[in-house]
Design a protein around this ligand. Structure first.
Ligand code: SAM
Length: 233
């Protein structure tokens, strides 16, 4: 029989004590320790990033020369100078691609101009990007090192519907990875197991290399979530 839901469990308490915004941090930490995902200087895109515990962890691992871009439907409060956060639906591939190119373009321009504004947090509701008005940026050189997605749909209570929505979010994340990841770059996706899981994994294996499926020790016992790690060919 599954254990009852405990809102204030050990991991939630630990996250609070350590200043992290969510217990999810320990899932990413576990995956990072197992797969050495994060390194100084990396460019990381985090999809479904609110409230931001993964970004807090990523920020420390990539250091001041790295850049993390966090997207979510919800606003993410400021994290650190090497983290840019924006309100964005990750199902809109063109918009996500444009944001990443613009954030990276603005950062590259800032570096060229030897200014102090390497990156800054921002939430976006109008035409302005994180460093002021959006600038046209050539897309070719703006590829990311690592794609993270912990995105989860708001639940309807109908398991199959929720699972399918999670698969849709992951299909979008994979499409974003195909456009934006460097060759050899990895993606980490949260997927809920259910009727659509096996066909989804089959698709991932057909297009990505080195696919791993991991149940995080810190995932709740009653949860069907697993993390899929895959490398771009
Ligand atoms: C489990 S939370 C992520 C927790 C995060 N990794 C952290 O450590 O703080 C899942 C997030 O996915 C987001 N989400 C769901 N659908 C989305 C969509 N279409 N576009 C962007 N974000 C989405 C939700 O708003 C929610 O904040």
């Amino acid at each position: 029989m599954p254990k009852p839901y405990t809102p204030n469990d050990k991991w939630a308490r630990k996250a609070k004590e350590e200043g992290f915004r969510a217990r999810s941090i320990y899932k990413l930490q576990e995956l990072d320790e197992k797969f050495q995902l994060l390194h100084p200087g990396m460019i990381v895109l985090d999809l479904g990033a609110a409230p931001g515990s993964w970004l807090q962890y990523v920020s420390g691992k990539i250091g001041p020369k790295g850049l993390a871009i966090g997207l979510d439907l919800q606003k993410i409060e400021k994290i650190a100078p090497n983290v840019v956060t924006l309100e964005q639906d990750i199902m809109d591939l063109d918009a996500v691609e444009k944001i990443v190119h613009e954030v990276m373009g603005a950062r590259a321009q800032g570096r060229k101009g030897a200014t102090s504004s390497e990156s800054s947090d921002s939430s976006r509701s109008g035409p302005e990007g994180p460093s002021g008005p959006r600038t046209a940026a050539s897309s070719e050189s703006f590829l990311i090192d690592l794609l993270l997605s912990d995105a989860a749909p708001s639940t309807s209570g109908i398991h199959d519907v929720d699972q399918w929505r999670s698969i849709e979010l992951n299909q979008s994340a994979l499409a974003i990875g195909k456009r934006l990841l460097k060759p050899g770059g990895r993606c980490v996706l949260k997927v809920f197991q259910g009727a659509d899981f096996d066909p989804f994994i089959k698709d991932v294996r057909s297009e990505w290399k080195d696919v791993h499926i991991i149940k995080a020790k810190t995932s709740r016992d009653r949860s069907t979530e697993v993390y899929v790690i895959a490398q771009k060919a």
